[in-house]
Design a protein around this ligand. Structure first.
Ligand SMILES: *[C@@H]1O[C@H](CO)[C@@H](O)[C@H](O)[C@H]1NC(C)=O
Ligand SMILES: *[C@@H]1O[C@H](CO)[C@@H](O)[C@H](O)[C@H]1NC(C)=O
Length: 199
């Protein structure tokens, strides 16, 4: 498990640094850098409120220290992506599934509590990573339509893609007939495919 955690941490750092740190451009405040968030309950800002699942944080005292109501975050306050958005001078990044007329020009949050990298992790009860990436592709299409291909491509190539996922997959490790190493390979392999497809 320690080895897999390490792999995973490395992947997250890679995902961030590949897009060029936080991409903050001082003196160019109109040229914001969108933040796209993928993951599980560590990053879910409320997407699971809009799917049929037990994995929801839509009740008090969730949210009590900051939002003053339960937003769907598995937290009494804000999550790491909320702080990063704040430091990057972005508005709070909205959950993709939250109803409303979102432009997603500042990014979107696709994370879903309970989600894993593997489709087999809590199937039907979470938005798995492949689906999160499909939702991102939809946002990409919307931005291309709205801004034109050139501007959208410029924006998306500067965007930060922030992942925290994989922990929930290991819930089914005890059930897996292969070796632990093989399982880790499967999780990291699928993670890699998603990042490449997204790219
Ligand atoms: C383990 O396998 C059994 C039988 O296929 C299944 O019912 C169960 O949900 C699995 N447990 C986990 C944690 O995946
Ligand atoms: C991805 O996961 C599936 C199981 O969901 C597995 O069969 C497949 O080999 C994995 N792919 C990679 C590239 O590791």
């Amino acid at each position: 498990m320690a080895a897999s955690d390490l792999h995973f941490f490395a992947l997250v750092v890679l995902a961030i640094s590949a897009t060029g740190c936080l991409g903050l451009e001082h003196g160019h405040d109109a040229k914001h850098v969108p933040l796209f968030v993928f993951g599980d309950s560590i990053f879910d800002a409320g997407n699971n409120n809009y799917i049929n699942t037990f994995a929801q944080a839509n009740f008090w005292p969730y949210g009590e220290t900051f939002f003053k109501y339960p937003t769907g975050r598995f937290c009494d306050g804000r999550l790491i992506p909320d702080f990063i958005a704040e430091y990057a001078k972005l508005p709070l990044v909205p959950p993709y599934l939250q109803p409303g007329n979102h432009q997603f020009g500042y990014g979107a949050n696709f994370a879903s509590a309970g989600a894993g990298v593997l489709d087999e992790t809590l199937p039907g009860l979470v938005i798995n990573l492949n689906t999160q990436m499909a939702y991102f592709k939809d946002v990409e299409k919307q931005l291309m339509h709205k801004l034109g291909d050139e501007e959208a491509t410029r924006l998306l190539s500067k965007a930060v893609y922030f992942f925290s996922i994989g922990g929930n997959d290991y819930g089914s490790l005890a059930n897996y007939s292969g070796s632990h190493d093989k399982f880790v390979e499967m999780v990291i392999g699928n993670m890699t495919v998603v990042i490449k497809v997204g790219h």
